[in-house]
Ligand binder design. Structure first.
Ligand SMILES: Cc1cc2nc3c(=O)[nH]c(=O)nc-3n(C[C@H](O)[C@H](O)[C@H](O)COP(=O)(O)OP(=O)(O)OC[C@H]3O[C@@H](n4cnc5c(N)ncnc54)[C@H](O)[C@@H]3O)c2cc1C
Length: 507
């Protein structure tokens, strides 16, 4: 325990799930002193989250761990023949092309991002996040349970319990991120309002091992939905056989009546349910684990106490609760930290993991041009735009060695970037002057110079600014400000860019 002005760590992250693990990895990568705690001895032991969308892969790419994720995940072309059947061995009712599979979708997905979708079970993703966070300097403590916290004007004092020794001790931090899951103790203690209903349906997960290749290889999918009698009872509306590893590791989900007594789910009952959904008694099934859970339709409507911002009208399924008080370092430091954990501000095809990583931000300078028309469902279809607040559109460029590089590869990595074209040299000079004035690193990216060519001409169609215009891109790859053309005078360009950065940094 230290005095009020001395800190054991800058940021204390509670929970090493996808939200906590990625927050710790981002913070450690950007040089922020971080401590990560988890009440269990290691990371998740059940493969809950798995379908991992392109934006999550983009974040992992920016952090330099995409290759590890791709090596561990099941590739997109083995994910998407979603099957509806009476049982796995029974009648096939139909198939739906999902997750970018099928001719109509594949090109949409691959033109939206340099990254594919993959199936990366939580049991594989968490070790990547936590191991890399630790390698980059985050202090990771397992068997360490968050008990309580107190906030004051300078920071947060958290009480933690060492579950091996049994004693409690305090950690003093400037910020605390509660990434402790759906039943967040942090969210409860700081009084974050939770909207919606809990206990909407009863559900069970059964993890099992069985070689199901002959029923799956010819229609590769992550999800096989089985319409069995009783499937309407609780759960998720149908029986689900979910691939964990093709084609021998599985997770089955089945419902139960939440109004009655929770069922006894011993090994015999689990095997009976598995064989019923498989529809083939001759399959050799090994039951690995079972658990009961309830379906909740609830979300936190605010994410923080003691810092500004953090409200999201759409809400999130669980929570990334965050608390801290103002420190002497003021708003700029706060904004930098918030940006460090901010992964996205609107969703395309998002699941639990992506939503839990979200942190709403107003760190943009709004544009006066009319908002583009969304003719298609904006939750299902990406629409590239460089409007402030949007993610920088992906386009393949060609570098000096003739290699393809995404527009997303030339920004990010913890720095603001100024993106312009061949005739936008004034912005390079303005960026250097603004960097000096504000004492922050700013990267200049000049597209269509010999080292970075718009060889396919796609960037010219996507950028929505003139060749000498500029995009100010935040460290997380989102556009913060844009100007259609150059003002010519370097002093004006510097003043405008500096003003935009000052607003975005909340200085
Ligand atoms: C069956 C199922 C399938 C799913 N499929 C998908 C999917 O395909 N794609 C997807 O994106 N999402 C999916 N989800 C949702 C996904 O699992 C959650 O959104 C995700 O796990 C939430 O991540 P999190 O880091 O917020 O919380 P969690 O993963 O719950 O992690 C919470 C962490 O906090 C720790 N913790 C809790 N309390 C304390 C404490 N007091 N002190 C210290 N540590 C603590 C826990 O040990 C854990 O490390 C699925 C969920 C289920 C149940």
């Amino acid at each position: 325990m230290t005095n009020d002005k001395t800190y054991d760590t800058d940021v204390l992250v509670i929970g090493s799930g996808p939200a906590g693990g990625s927050a710790a990895l981002l913070l450690a990568t950007y040089g922020v002193d971080t401590m990560l705690v988890n009440k269990y001895g290691w990371v998740a032991n059940t493969p809950r989250a798995h379908i991992t969308n392109q934006r999550t892969l983009e974040v992992l790419r920016d952090l330099g761990v995409e290759a590890e994720a791709l090596a561990q995940g099941t590739p997109q072309d083995m994910m998407g023949d979603t099957v509806l059947c009476t049982s796995l061995a029974g009648e096939e009712i139909g198939r739906i092309s999902t997750w970018g599979a099928g001719e109509a979708h594949l090109s949409e997905y691959s033109s939206a991002s340099p990254c594919p979708m993959i199936d990366l079970p939580q049991t594989y993703m968490e070790p990547i996040l936590v191991t890399n966070a630790a390698e980059r300097g985050a202090k990771c403590r397992f068997d360490t349970e968050f008990v309580s916290l107190e906030q004051d004007a300078d920071g947060v004092t958290a009480t933690l319990r060492d579950r091996l020794r049994g004693d409690e001790y305090t950690v003093r931090a400037k910020y605390l991120i509660g990434a402790d899951g759906a039943r967040s103790v942090v969210a409860e203690q700081i009084g974050l309002p939770i909207a919606g209903r809990s206990g909407v349906g009863g559900s069970m997960n059964i993890c099992f091992t069985a070689d199901l290749s002959r029923y799956c290889e010819h229609r590769p999918s992550v999800l096989y939905w089985a319409m069995r009698p009783g499937a309407h009872m609780g759960g998720i509306g149908m029986g689900l056989i979910r691939m964990v590893r093709p084609w021998n590791e599985w997770l089955l989900t089945w419902g139960y009546d939440i109004e009655g007594e929770p069922p006894t789910l011993d090994e015999d009952e689990a095997r009976r349910i598995v064989l019923d959904l498989l529809g083939d008694d001759s399959i050799d099934v090994q039951i690995d684990s079972t658990s009961l859970w309830t379906v909740n339709h609830s979300y936190a409507t605010e994410y923080s106490r003691g810092i500004s911002g953090g409200t999201d009208e759409d809400g999130i399924e669980t929570g990334l609760a965050m608390c801290r008080a103002e420190t002497a370092e003021g708003a700029a430091r706060r904004r930098a930290l918030i940006d460090a954990i901010e992964l996205k501000n609107y969703e395309f095809n998002a699941h639990g993991v992506e939503l839990n990583q979200r942190y709403a931000s107003s760190a943009t300078v709004p544009d006066s041009s009319a908002e583009e028309e969304w003719v298609r469902d904006r939750e299902l279809f990406a629409k590239p735009t460089t409007r402030p607040g949007a993610k920088l559109p992906h386009a393949w460029l060609v570098d000096g060695d003739g290699l393809r590089r995404s527009t997303l590869d030339v920004v990010g990595r913890g720095q603001f970037s100024v993106v312009t074209g061949l005739s936008g040299g004034v912005w390079e000079r303005a960026a250097a002057a603004a960097a000096e004035k504000l004492d922050i690193p700013i990267r200049s990216v000049r597209i269509d110079t010999p080292g970075l060519r718009d060889a396919y001409g796609r960037w010219a169609r996507l950028r929505e600014i003139a060749e000498d215009g500029v995009l100010l891109v935040r460290p997380d790859g989102y556009v913060a400000w844009r100007r259609n053309t150059s003002p010519n005078a370097e002093a004006t360009a510097t003043a405008e860019l500096t003003a935009a950065l000052t607003a975005v940094l909340d200085r």
